[in-house]
Write a protein that binds this ligand. Structure first.
Ligand SMILES: [Zn+2]
Length: 286
């Protein structure tokens, strides 16, 4: 994954609040009952949509952003050299793509945070993993999740694994704008609306990957090795694999995001077609 050195980034699409806005002392946020609760949250919310129902906490004082991406992340060359600037480049490319696909597209800002953050969907802890909040139209991301993707979930990681995660969250933003999200309940299950929504977000991530070079931010199309990083990450966060790892057994009735095989299949459907219309996960078998 190589950015075009001359591409001009728009750093206003990403804010970095660090441990500032919404940083709480250890134990300051209740996200569940100890380790078991945290694991339950991870199962429920890896790449989830809305932590509002399960988080709580008090509102911290507003603090200014802790690092000024606008000064540091100006070009594609910057995106190749720094993790945070790479997020800016990825977000810019994804939103350029969806801006051309959806009439009246309105942007979603990505908020980088560390530890905990207050959101329009409640107070969130990093253990929830990256998520999209439809109420404030933000993607929330603690970059330490990418380390967890490797250490906890056994993914190979890499820049394109990260891009896949971000593209998945913007897939939820697209669903939000298109009204898809409103039609889906939160109940889990192998054939549930929740799983279908998540698999469509994976498909949308693949669609962006196919079209990314046309957004002008990349020097060349993604390589087969890049795509393998995304597929590897998608497989690592399949419901069946996580359940097996955490509980030692697989319970399809508790699926929220789809199996490893389904997640890789739908990313591939998106990537091979490059067409969001091929991401209908709501009819037929998944
Ligand atoms: Zn998701």
């Amino acid at each position: 994954m190589d950015f075009d050195d001359r591409a001009r980034l728009d750093p206003s699409q990403v804010e970095d609040v660090g441990g500032g806005r919404g940083r709480f002392g250890r134990g300051g946020i209740v996200v569940g009952g100890g380790a078991a609760g945290v694991i339950a949250l991870i199962l429920a919310l890896i790449f989830g949509v809305n932590p509002g129902d399960i988080t709580g906490g008090e509102e911290p004082a507003g603090l200014p952003p802790t690092s000024d991406l606008s000064a540091r992340c100006r070009t594609g060359a910057d995106a190749d050299q720094s993790d945070k600037c790479r997020v800016v480049g990825v977000v810019n490319s994804i939103q350029k793509y969806w801006g051309e696909q959806i009439d009246g597209y309105t942007g979603a800002k990505t908020t980088l945070f560390s530890g905990g953050v207050r959101t329009g969907c409640g107070v969130a802890d990093s253990s929830i993993g990256p998520f999209y909040c439809p109420r404030d139209k933000h993607v929330y991301l603690d970059l330490s999740f990418f380390d967890e993707l490797r250490t906890r979930f056994g993914a190979g990681g890499g820049p394109f694994a990260q891009a896949y995660v971000i593209a998945h969250e913007y897939g939820h933003h697209a669903q939000d704008l298109l009204g898809t999200m409103d039609r889906v309940g939160q109940a889990p299950g192998a054939e549930s609306g929740s799983v279908r929504l998540e698999l469509q977000a994976d498909c949308y991530a693949g669609v962006w990957a196919k079209n990314a070079v046309d957004t002008g931010f990349y020097a060349e199309p993604f390589s087969a090795a890049d795509i393998r990083e995304a597929l590897d990450a998608a497989a690592a966060v399949g419901d069946d694999r996580i359940q097996e790892q955490v509980r030692g057994r697989v319970d399809p009735d508790a699926f929220t995001h789809g199996t490893s095989a389904q997640r890789t299949k739908w990313f591939t459907n998106g990537y091979s077609s490059g067409d969001p219309a091929r991401c209908d996960t709501f009819s037929g078998s998944i």
